[in-house]
Design a protein around this ligand. Structure first.
Ligand code: HEM
Length: 375
């Protein structure tokens, strides 16, 4: 579900290979790699195409993923992928197409319940931004680079291939919408549709065109670093974000689940996730993990249920004296959380982006307009 795996099927060649290699191999494969994946090779395909990846290496990845990297199944699996029919990257996005794409995303959300993974995809495209590098796209950020295999296979991005596969049909339909915009549009729409605040978004992000433009691995945060507060500051300050924004954005974990076969964190299933919706399993931060509200903060504060996840980087927002001010505020006041979250999310979505036109394209009203609750 959240990652909406239920719609992803093995191609006949993958089924054959799975049966040849036996159950042991298929158990080693993370869910993402059992999915049907479009693949195109950077050398043979247009540079705008999106070669997708399966394996993962991460500061917090676990042994099954390491097994996967050495599995003889993997090269064969890649060789048997269908080539994608991805459209050419547009210089920037078209407002009419952006609005239609948004309607398609709403339909996708209704049928697949994939709000969380779409939010995570947008964040991981944008969160590579380095404010100390001026040059685009070397500085990273919301530039669509996560569609390339080289970046998608970064350990922190384990499982996000599923999000990309969900959005690809929409990308194929709207050649006038860039990947960079589509990822941010999908994320903001997912927040709004889950009951969160209206995000003051703008569009017109230009896509990077080649895998060589992808940032190096290691720019996204780890969940269990030795000093979580220092680590969060190091990573988010590099993006130009502050303590309040770190805490507000952490509240996105009100949605979704962590899966041991992806990040290595969380339980395989809990009473909240064992029946889905969608592909069951994983451990959520909140009981109603498809509803955007302030329960992430109240649940961490109360630690009321062992079935709910608290990563070391989540726990620290109530331990560090500066973070705690905001965490307490958001636990007590959902409206304050929504207001700060909406602003922080919009800022995150713009990090590193090159806009065409430079001021961006606003779909509803004025970007940066006063906060309004979406639902
Ligand atoms: C503060 C540092 C952060 C760390 C260390 C972190 C870490 C993680 C980890 C380990 C997972 C589980 C992934 C999996 O196993 O599939 C996850 C999921 C998720 N993260 Fe974060 N995250 C951080 C910040 C953020 C931010 C800023 C956002 C969005 C604004 C976000 C949105 C999400 C969402 C929505 C999921 C659920 C994905 C799903 O259900 O498929 N995270 N995060």
């Amino acid at each position: 579900m959240a990652d909406c795996l239920s719609h992803l099927t093995l191609s006949p060649s993958q089924k054959t290979m799975a049966s040849l290699t036996g159950a042991a191999s298929s158990r080693l494969l993370p869910a993402a790699s059992r999915a049907r994946i479009h693949l195109s090779s950077p050398s043979s395909a247009s540079s705008s195409r999106s070669p997708l990846s399966l394996s993962s290496s991460s500061s917090y990845s676990i042994s099954p993923l390491k097994c996967l990297r050495s599995s003889p199944f993997v090269p064969h699996f890649f060789l048997n992928q269908k080539r994608s029919s991805m459209s050419t990257v547009a210089a920037a996005s078209d407002p009419v197409q952006l609005k239609s794409a948004r309607e398609d995303i709403k339909e996708l959300l209704k049928s697949k319940f994939c709000h969380p993974i779409l939010v995570r995809l947008g964040w991981h495209d944008a969160g590579t931004y380095n404010k100390n590098i001026e040059e685009w796209p070397k500085r990273g950020g919301a530039d669509g680079s996560i569609r390339f295999e080289v970046e998608l296979k970064h350990g922190a991005n384990a499982g996000l291939v599923n999000a990309l596969n969900l959005l690809q049909p929409i990308k194929d339909k709207y050649s006038g919408v860039t990947y960079a915009d589509l990822f941010q549009l999908a994320s903001a729409t997912a927040i709004e549709e889950a009951g969160g605040p209206k995000i003051p978004m703008k569009y017109g992000r230009v896509d990077v065109s080649a895998p060589e433009d992808c940032p190096e691995e290691g720019r996204l945060p780890s969940a269990g670093p030795p000093k979580p507060a220092d680590h969060l500051r190091e990573v988010f300050y590099r993006m130009g974000l502050n303590d309040q924004e770190i805490v507000a954005l952490s509240g996105a974990h009100t949605l979704g689940r962590s899966r041991p076969d992806r990040s290595g964190w969380g339980k395989p299933e809990t009473k909240y996730t064992k029946s889905g919706p969608g592909a069951p399993g994983g451990q959520s931060w909140t009981a109603e993990w498809l509803k955007f509200d302030n329960s992430y903060f109240t649940d961490i504060k109360e630690r009321r249920d062992e079935d709910l996840l608290v990563l070391p980087t989540d726990a620290v927002i109530f331990e560090d004296s500066s973070f705690k001010v905001y965490a307490e505020k958001y636990a007590a006041d959902q409206e304050a959380f929504f207001k700060d979250y909406a602003e922080a999310h919009a800022k995150l979505s713009n990090l590193g982006a090159k806009f065409d036109p430079p001021q961006g394209i606003v779909l509803d009203g004025v970007a940066g307009e006063k906060f309004v609750a979406a639902n």
